[in-house]
Design a protein around this ligand. Structure first.
Ligand code: TPP
Ligand code: MG
Length: 361
């Protein structure tokens, strides 16, 4: 097992990992830009949600940005991702635009899912981004399917399937782990452990010896527990899992410790009832992944305070402009309600016309 024998790392040593040594100063600034864009995008979305301009739920990722950006920064042509409903960061991380993401929140036809999916159902298959799923752990067998397809087609790639700490007790997840190990599929399950599933703390919902990822032992699968605070660490340790998937077609279960500052969703009015205000403030002050990365950039002399402020201002402007774009965009036409639901129906295939798929004999 990977981490049963892994040597203890001293803080800061992940900067020396080859994958991090390969980063140019511009790459490092880009990681900062991507994280700050997520935060500013979500802050603007929150204002408009509270003003009543969006329907449905809005689950914000603020505090967790290094997990999506650190992992996605490693991906190549044949690597795919799929996640749950807290999906804005992953979407922006793969290069979806703020305009299409914001318009989706407003339910507008210019949104990435043509205004019919909302916050929880972002999609961009052209960017290897397979959603955006509202059913807890529902994405885990789908992530397995992405990995199966890679192996079936003889492609050297990996499927990164993100899930929350509350999803680890779902049966579908365990079935997926079993098949992943049994068939040697290049899937990487990434538990984004933010400590809570809605208002339930990890200790109250899950039985485990020392961490959730250790459950992989039961499936003879490699696993790692890592801190999401330092993007160097996220990249260095996720890269090991990606190489395992690419070179050996073996799965990995990663658990990345992180924290969300806001409620489970914006509608969660009780986010300080199941945890203290002090706990939230401590994470904001001492463990914020963006502040931490900013300090690395300053210490390494890669950027100045003024450079980083300018990037932040740009991100804010871009987010505000995306809200304006969303406001001005048209709503979907009622006649389009059945479009873009099933590929087969849109493309008038036999399955789309008959409703029969695979089982025609
Ligand atoms: C099968 C199922 N059960 C319950 C819910 C309601 N629900 C939505 S999110 C959530 C908590 C999940 O927490 P976690 O997996 O830790 O993800 P996080 O919200 O922290 O990102 C629950 C119980 C659901 N969407 N699907
Ligand atoms: Mg959680």
């Amino acid at each position: 097992m990977a981490n049963a024998t892994a040597p203890a790392q001293t803080p800061g040593s992940y900067a020396d990992a080859p994958i991090n040594q390969a980063l140019s100063p511009e790459d490092k600034i880009q990681l900062y830009r991507q994280m700050i864009r997520i935060r500013r995008f979500e802050e603007v979305s929150l204002q408009h949600y509270q003003a009543g301009r969006m329907g449905g739920f809005l689950h914000l990722y603020i505090g967790q940005e290094s997990v999506a950006i650190g992992t996605i920064s490693l991906l190549g042509e044949n690597d795919h991702i799929i996640t749950a409903y807290r999906d804005h960061a992953h979407a922006l991380g793969v290069g979806m635009t703020m305009n299409e993401c914001m318009a989706e929140l407003f339910g507008k036809a210019t949104g990435c899912s043509k205004g019919k999916g909302g916050s929880m159902h972002y999609f961009a298959p052209d960017k290897n981004y397979w959603g955006g799923h509202g059913i807890v752990a529902g994405q885990t067998p789908l992530g397995l399917g992405l990995a199966f397809a890679l192996k079936y087609k003889n492609l050297q790639g990996a499927a990164l399937c993100f899930l929350g700490d509350g999803a680890v007790n779902q049966g579908a997840f365990h079935e997926s782990l079993n098949i992943a190990a049994l068939w040697g599929l290049p899937v990487i399950y990434i538990i984004e452990n933010n400590g809570y599933s809605m208002g339930t703390s990890q200790r109250r919902s899950s039985a485990y010896p020392s961490c959730l990822a250790e459950r992989a032992i039961a499936y003879d699968m490699d696993w790692e527990l890592l801190s999401g605070e330092d993007i160097y660490e996220v990249r260095a340790r996720t890269q090991v899992a990606i190489e395992r998937a690419h070179q050996q077609s073996r799965p990995t279960l990663l658990e990345i410790a992180t924290y969300r500052y806001l409620g489970h969703s914006v509608a969660d009015a009780n986010s300080t009832k199941y945890r203290t205000k002090e706990e939230i403030e401590r994470y904001q002050r001492q463990h914020d992944p963006i502040l931490r990365w900013k300090q690395v950039l300053l210490d390494e002399g890669v950027a100045t305070e003024a450079d980083l402020k300018a990037i932040d201002r740009e991100a804010k402007k871009e987010a505000e402009a995306s809200a304006e774009f969303a406001k001005q965009s048209p709503l979907p036409e009622p006649e389009s309600i059945f479009d873009d639901v099933y590929w087969e129906v849109d493309h008038q295939t036999e399955a789309g016309q008959t409703g029969r798929h695979f089982f025609n004999d």
